[in-house]
Write a protein that binds this ligand. Structure first.
Ligand SMILES: Nc1ncnc2c1ncn2[C@@H]1O[C@H](COP(=O)(O)OP(=O)(O)OP(=O)(O)O)[C@@H](O)[C@H]1O
Length: 279
């Protein structure tokens, strides 16, 4: 369900967000992902149509739009996870740091070490809190206990959950609350030192308090990482993102800085959506 919010309410949110940080981050950051003329089909269903979209470094880019418009599909093309679905076909290019990730020669393993993902429902492994974080680094060949200890602590600190779990690292991650599990999953993502973090509705399963914590965390993380977040929640997009892309029926209708998109949308369809006239 989309919340119906007035432009006035949205404007209020935007004005209260930090204009300073908006200005700082919106100036000429390098492009991390550049998507050009991207089309994607699930067998006969075309889910993405001629998508052209830059993702800027150390910014938060929100993808919004009604259910089924292709938000998650777009996100999953950025780490090529979408290929796990049988019958998927793509055309066009997605350049990551200048290299086309859709090229057959591009190593998907390399991409996955640079691009981490956080899902809608927290999905910790059925392991201890420690092992959840150490898992990725171990796969990448780190065996030294002292180094692993450091990575675990730094990652948990980075996701603002260290103080809550430092005395129970050997306990099963399933014993954490939903909000803690989601921050643990973010910490797990940080442990592989990614360049980009993709988030697919990361707060939709969380209560308001945990949502706030994750939103604050995202604001901190963007100092080090480039973040792309799919969200159904327009207030959230307005609060935490620097850029917003509005999608509809597989098309990118509008992409601009978040302030402009919510206060002066160019396209009538964007205006109708953000004012709650449809979706
Ligand atoms: N695995 C799949 N197989 C076939 N079609 C799919 C698959 N996943 C998504 N689709 C279709 O692709 C289109 C885009 O779906 P997608 O999940 O990307 O939308 P979304 O905007 O993320 O939706 P929601 O907000 O409901 O999560 C929809 O028509 C959907 O039915």
């Amino acid at each position: 369900m989309h919340s119906v919010i007035s432009v006035k309410a949205l404007n209020k949110k935007i004005v209260t967000s930090s204009e300073k940080s908006q200005q700082e981050s919106l100036i000429e950051n390098p492009i991390v992902f550049e998507t050009d003329d991207l089309n994607l089909w699930y067998s006969d269903t075309q889910a993405l149509k001629n998508i052209q979209l830059p993702i800027y470094e150390k910014n938060v880019t929100a993808i919004i739009g009604p259910s089924g418009c292709g938000k998650s599909t777009y996100l999953k093309t950025l780490n090529r996870m979408v290929e796990l679905v049988p019958g998927v076909q793509t055309s066009g290019t997605i350049k990551y740091r200048g290299k086309n990730i859709l090229d057959k020669s591009f190593k998907v393993e390399e991409l996955r070490t640079q691009v981490g993902m956080v899902f809608q429902k927290p999905n910790p492994f059925p392991k201890s809190i420690y092992d959840n974080i150490a898992y990725g680094p171990k796969i990448h060949g780190i065996r030294n206990k002292k180094i692993l200890d450091e990575i675990v602590e730094q990652s948990l600190r980075g996701a603002y959950i260290w103080d809550e779990v430092k005395d129970r690292l050997k306990q099963n991650a399933y014993g954490l609350s939903g909000g803690q599990q989601q921050r643990l999953c973010i910490a797990r993502c940080l442990a592989i030192e990614p360049d980009v973090i993709l988030m697919d509705e990361p707060t939709s399963a969380l209560d308001p308090k945990s949502t706030l914590k994750v939103e604050e965390l995202i604001q901190e993380l963007k100092k080090e990482y480039s973040i792309v977040i799919v969200t159904h929640n327009m207030q959230q997009a307005a609060r935490i993102s620097d850029y917003t892309a509005f999608m509809l029926n597989g098309e990118l209708v509008e992409f601009t800085d978040t302030n402009t998109l919510f206060s002066m949308p160019k396209d009538k369809r964007t205006e109708d959506y953000i004012t709650g006239r449809f979706g």
